[in-house]
Design a protein around this ligand. Structure first.
Ligand code: NAD
Length: 295
């Protein structure tokens, strides 16, 4: 049984902390929002008065926060209160530069650290089936592994500090581009009088095959579990896709990489979001694609 501090009990962090309690760990949690703390308390976590108080005596500290500035602020606050030899893991999706700066803060105080952003959404957080993409040295990854395994089913050690965040934004850039591509193909098929099922049956077994088509089909019917069958209720909200595409564009600029389709995907998702669809599942982008016809 480990002694774990968990900071950031939102849509993802709340159920992740609950899974650590279920696995038999002692969890001390903190969030700024009263309702999130109450939920964590009823899930079996102890609630601390502050983030710095939560980490006292913990062998592992986990943060699950909105963005890089929150992670830097919380890590700056808690690291001086952590026990010697403790490990700190950030599971938020943040920019690569902030992730590296957070690792540097930990290293300055002699703490092991891992960036471990996730994929799998709130369903994966609840069901402990997340995928963790990890960055950090071998020793830190080895220490993080048994803790993360209580919240997910797949862990990949992607490389040194920041490599987990790099993998996350590259993956989501592929996903955004391929979802728009699949949406365009169905929109064209509709205009050509080709049924959704016929296009699915061909493309899912041909070279057009991809996850956006076969696991998350953006039209109702072919994949019964996809959000298209449920009014495009997320799933993974378009506002979060805009966030990840923006992180990818920032990283591409900083690193001098050319990502023309990633840039275009960001513009398309931003327009969808600005039209009031930030809370719509990202596969709903097919509606935006259809609305562009004739423009
Ligand atoms: P959320 O907004 O529901 O939760 C964030 C929590 O952090 C909130 O409860 C907030 O009160 C808390 N917080 C903010 N500043 C704090 C501070 N200084 N001290 C303590 N608590 C603080 O967000 P979420 O959906 O849980 O996402 C968390 C992270 O995971 C984000 O980086 C997001 O991009 C990423 N992510 C989300 C999903 C998803 O489907 N929701 C999927 C993959 C990755």
């Amino acid at each position: 049984m480990a002694n774990i501090a968990f900071i950031g009990l939102g849509n993802m962090g709340g159920p992740m902390a609950a899974n650590l309690v279920k696995a038999g760990h002692k969890v001390t949690a903190f969030d700024l929002v009263e309702a999130s703390k109450n939920q964590a308390r009823s899930d079996g976590a102890a609630i601390a008065d502050s983030a710095a108080a939560a980490v006292k005596g913990a062998d592992t500290v986990i943060t699950m926060l909105p963005a890089g500035k929150h992670v830097i602020s919380v890590w700056t606050d808690v690291i001086p209160s952590m026990a010697r030899g403790a490990l700190i893991i950030d599971c938020s999706t943040i920019d690569v530069e902030s992730a590296k700066a957070a690792h540097a803060l930990a290293a300055k105080h002699g703490m092991a650290s891992v960036d471990a952003p996730v994929s799998g959404g709130t369903g994966g957080a609840k069901g402990a089936t997340l995928t963790f993409m990890c960055g950090g040295d071998d020793k830190a990854f080895a220490a993080a592994k048994p803790v993360l395994e209580n919240m997910g089913k797949k862990l990949v050690h992607c490389g040194a500090a920041g490599a987990g965040q790099a993998a996350k934004i590259c993956n989501n850039m592929i996903l955004a581009i391929s979802m728009i591509g699949v949406g365009e193909a169905f929109s064209l098929a509709e205009k050509l009088g080709l049924s959704h099922q016929a296009l699915f049956d061909v493309a899912s077994t041909s070279s057009g095959q991809c996850w956006a088509l076969t696991s998350y089909c953006p039209v109702p019917g072919p994949v019964p579990t996809s959000p298209a069958n449920n009014g495009y209720k997320p799933g993974f909200a378009s506002a979060l896709m805009v966030k990840d595409l923006t992180l990818a564009q920032d990283a591409a600029k900083a690193a001098g990489a050319a990502t023309p389709l990633g840039k275009h995907a960001q513009e398309i998702y931003k327009a969808f979001d600005a039209a009031g669809n930030g809370g719509v599942d990202f596969s709903g982008i097919i509606q935006h694609v259809r609305s562009l016809a004739g423009k």
